[in-house]
Design a binder for this molecule. Structure first.
Ligand SMILES: Cc1cc2nc3c(=O)[nH]c(=O)nc-3n(C[C@H](O)[C@H](O)[C@H](O)COP(=O)(O)OP(=O)(O)OC[C@H]3O[C@@H](n4cnc5c(N)ncnc54)[C@H](O)[C@@H]3O)c2cc1C
Length: 262
């Protein structure tokens, strides 16, 4: 393990590799309460460095666990086994292809958070919405979509909005969505299902690769948005709240974007 970490330090610089007690403090605990021992947390700055790290991990047989922003609160962000190197992609935080003003398609890196995209849309004056979850501004959009998260904007199912993926496979080669491989670089990313068997889904809730870019469709912002917060007084009311929420969402499509019961 030390040999591969030395190689990664030489590649990224010592400031981009955290090991020992600091690694454990950073990602050894999560809300599930199951502690993990972590070999190190490494912070690449671009996808070329991700490819090099994956190749090194392969060469040395070191287990890698990718996170986007590493805030998988509630569902567990610690790696599935002890002794992993956590590949933290939060420094890959570029908006790779700007929002298309007609389709709302945008291509982002894993470190782009809800807050970062919100600031970008506001600065550019673009009438689109961030696929928001209750996790807050610092959570990754890519991380949440890969978990098949749900939100409160009109495209509630976040992976449904994903139309293209670029990922680093375990041997260091690059996966791209089929239409893009066939040469339809911008138009190819507009059609989620591509051609042939659907393969982008392999990267959700699984460990088949490290996703370094994602194209997704943003919902257009309506003229007016109102958010309501209601508190449930007793736990016994929960069942009624769930069926009332289903009723509202089914009867008022397009008016009620979503209801988040937390
Ligand atoms: C108060 C609160 C409210 C919440 N509300 C919601 C909600 O409304 N809807 C909802 O869906 N969730 C909700 N969550 C959960 C939260 O949104 C998710 O846990 C969060 O999106 C994941 O954190 P992250 O984006 O930092 O992902 P990460 O922790 O970085 O990653 C999540 C998982 O995806 C994998 N992964 C991440 N990035 C990559 C990558 N680039 N390549 C390959 N695999 C990757 C990781 O291995 C990990 O298993 C809530 C959490 C809290 C605390």
């Amino acid at each position: 393990m030390q040999a591969v970490l030395n190689k990664i330090k030489a590649l990224l610089g010592p400031d981009s590799v955290v090991d020992g007690a600091r690694a454990a403090a950073e990602l050894g605990q999560c809300t599930t309460g199951a502690p993990r021992s972590i070999a190190a947390v490494v912070y690449p700055s671009d996808s070329a460095q991700v490819v090099s790290i994956v190749k090194l991990a392969n060469e040395y047989g070191a287990p890698l666990y990718p996170v986007s922003t590493g805030h998988n609160w509630g569902y567990g962000t610690t790696p599935i086994t002890d002794g992993c190197i956590v590949l933290n992609l939060s420094r890959l935080n570029r908006i790779v292809a700007p929002v298309d003003p007609v389709t709302g398609l945008v291509t982002i890196e894993p470190g782009v958070s809800q807050g970062l995209l919100a600031d970008y849309l506001e600065r550019q004056g673009l009438p689109f919405m961030v696929p928001t979850s209750g996790a807050g501004p610092s959570a990754s959009i890519v991380g949440n979509a890969l978990e098949r998260g749900f939100g409160i904007t009109p495209i509630t199912d976040h992976f449904m909005a994903v139309t293209g993926i670029e990922a680093v496979l375990p041997d260091g080669s690059i996966y791209r969505s089929p239409h893009v491989v066939l040469g339809a670089s911008s138009g190819g990313n507009a059609f989620k299902w591509g051609v042939g068997p659907y393969t982008d889904g392999l990267f959700t809730q699984g460990g088949f690769g490290v996703v370094t870019k994602m194209t997704l469709a943003l919902a257009r912002r309506p003229e007016s948005i109102k958010a309501f917060v209601c508190r449930i007084a007793t736990e016994s009311a929960l069942e009624k709240i769930v069926s009332a929420s289903q009723n509202i969402v089914q009867r008022l499509p397009g008016v009620v974007g979503g209801i988040n019961v937390m």
